[in-house]
Design a protein around this ligand. Sequence first.
Ligand code: BDR
Ligand code: CA
Length: 314
Amino acid sequence: MTRLIIDTDPGIDDAFAIALACASPEVELIGVTTVFGNVGLAHTTRNALRLLALYGREDVPVAAGADRPLVHPHAHRSRHVHGEDGLSGLSGSLPERRTGVAGTDAVSLMVRLLDESPEPVTIAPIGPLTNIALLLAAHPSVQSKIERLVIMGGGLSGGNMTAAAEFNIWSDPEAARRVLVEESVPTTLVPMDMTMQCSVDGAWLDQLAASGPRAAALVGLTATYRTHYRSALGRDGLVIHDAVAVAEAIRPGLLHTTAMPVEVDCGQGPARGMTIGDRRAVEVRMQDTPREIDVALTADLDEVRQFLQTRLST
Ligand code: BDR
Ligand code: CA
């Protein structure tokens, strides 16, 4: 069974991702750590606790991490996409968890969970990569206990935050570069190129909402996000980016990957936060090209949507 830690900034698609992990028997969710991102850290942490409460998971430790990027602070959060509280203003409609946050920070919790784990652990970072960069930089000894990072982030053909950059990577490019370029932990990147293909429509959401009370609560959180995606996609539907990445963590191979080096633009110009995938043949690359990571670019899209629908129907 895959042991899984989710590092997250809930966020509506993060909510679907956490729900998916709770509802999947192939994984043991051993911890959830939070980071700033879609909204501020206090909201993302409260949302993570409440989403776990919805699934009856009092047992999963939750710890809060970074409240801002490593190097260049900025005020941008995604309230216009996810709502003022990160869950369309409806966080208060979820049950309160009896168990609060662990008495430690996100990085310390990850270190403890990795150290104590009898076998390597998969980590699914689905927000800015600040906590993960800090973990890998400060605790290199835990790397051998990480089976794989399955990261939602980036876009090889454009972004959603800017024309060049996807939100998670744009939010902390220096952290992203540390993780994607400079580290050596096996990494699968699930960029927008993949997640956008897995968009779901109104009928898919309606079917899910009718399947059970938890699914209804989850779909009920999507109002602000659905409005945003109606404009972005030009039709009723939405993109549950983070759930697509966590689906790959739960069922390795669900997404089809291509190995390539990926650079991150850390400049202050219009390309800041851009992920640049090098799809050239190995033979023609420069010698100091960064390491290769696995980038998910294709999948059986019906299989992905069916997997999400089946698992979330509770
Ligand atoms: C990513 O950015 C956030 O808004 C979502 O939660 C997801 O992690 C998509 O670009
Ligand atoms: Ca997220």
